[in-house]
Design a protein around this ligand. Structure first.
Ligand code: NAP
Length: 248
């Protein structure tokens, strides 16, 4: 089940954390994976080399999702090199936290350019190939805070909530072309993004999670592998919450 043989997948922000685990999971299911990064070329190459060492197929592509022209050029390049793009995991994201009164305009713009515009233009660029193939999977990486909010995360939570509206709209727009569009909303996952939190904060947070633990990147990757598969072909416009029950 959930085989992806012959599929070409692009994972934005595939060099680390959740994106890296998604690259590895999709490759394990048989997809050829393009690992995107913005700064971490070495890390991205390590991800691709690791996949190849395990018998999978992977490539790397460096571009900034906040740079629309770069996204379009990179996706054109991927289509030229691999013939198509079937699966997009729009995972690249940043967090800039702080109380509302201290929120800087520049930070607000940077968050939206990366987390919202970056995901939408990535979907737009990949959708041309998906529509031609009459098969496609778009997965937006949101967050539990996009639905429940969080003190000090107004801009980040808003950017993640925006992805729900975008995904639901694109899902309706592309359904007739057999392109599904869904959202994965992770809870608290151990990655670089959350590494600045103290052990005490993590302990407090774990108390709010009914399953009693923070999430691992493989928990999110498994959800993406499912949504990317043929078996999920009747699922579109949905939010798959992978949060240990933190928000239900
Ligand atoms: P992470 O460890 O900080 O990794 C971020 C990834 O995004 C890196 O691969 C980074 O590439 C890439 N990236 C950042 N800005 C980019 C840009 N402008 N263009 C292209 N790539 C860019 O983050 P993570 O925790 O794995 O989070 C991944 C996604 O899940 C994010 O969208 C995040 O908001 C979401 N999420 C995370 C959690 C959590 O608890 N960790 C919870 C909910 C949602 P470089 O290596 O090149 O810098």
């Amino acid at each position: 089940m959930f085989r992806l043989d012959g599929k070409i997948a692009l994972v934005t922000g595939g060099s680390r954390g959740i994106g890296r685990a998604c690259c590895e999971a999709l490759a394990e299911q048989g997809a050829t994976v393009v690992v995107n990064y913005v700064k971490g070329e070495t890390a991205a190459r390590e991800v691709a080399e690791g996949i190849a060492a395990r018998g999978g197929k992977a490539d790397v592509s460096g571009f900034d999702v906040a740079d629309t022209k770069a996204v379009d050029a990179a996706v054109d390049g991927i289509v030229k090199a691999h013939g198509k793009v079937d699966i997009l995991v729009a995972n690249a994201g940043i967090s800039i936290d702080g109380l509302l009164l201290r929120l800087k305009d520049d930070d607000l713009e940077r968050l939206f350019a990366t987390n919202v515009r970056g995901a939408i233009v990535s979907a737009r660029a990949c959708s041309k190939s998906m529509m031609r193939s009459r098969w496609g999977r778009v997965i937006f990486m949101s967050s539990v805070v996009g639905e429940m909010g969080n003190v000090g995360q107004t801009a980040y939570a808003a950017s993640k909530a925006a992805l729900l509206g975008a995904a639901k709209s694109i899902a309706r727009e592309y359904a007739s072309r057999n392109v599904t569009v869904n959202v994965v909303a992770p809870g608290f996952i151990d990655t670089d993004m959350t590494s600045t939190m103290s052990a005490e904060m993590k302990e407090q947070l774990a108390k709010l999670i009914p399953l009693g633990r923070t999430g691992a990147v493989r928990d999110i990757a498994a959800a993406c592998a499912y949504l990317a598969s043929d078996e999920a072909g009747y699922v579109t416009g949905q939010v798959l919450r992978v949060n240990g029950g933190m928000y239900v």
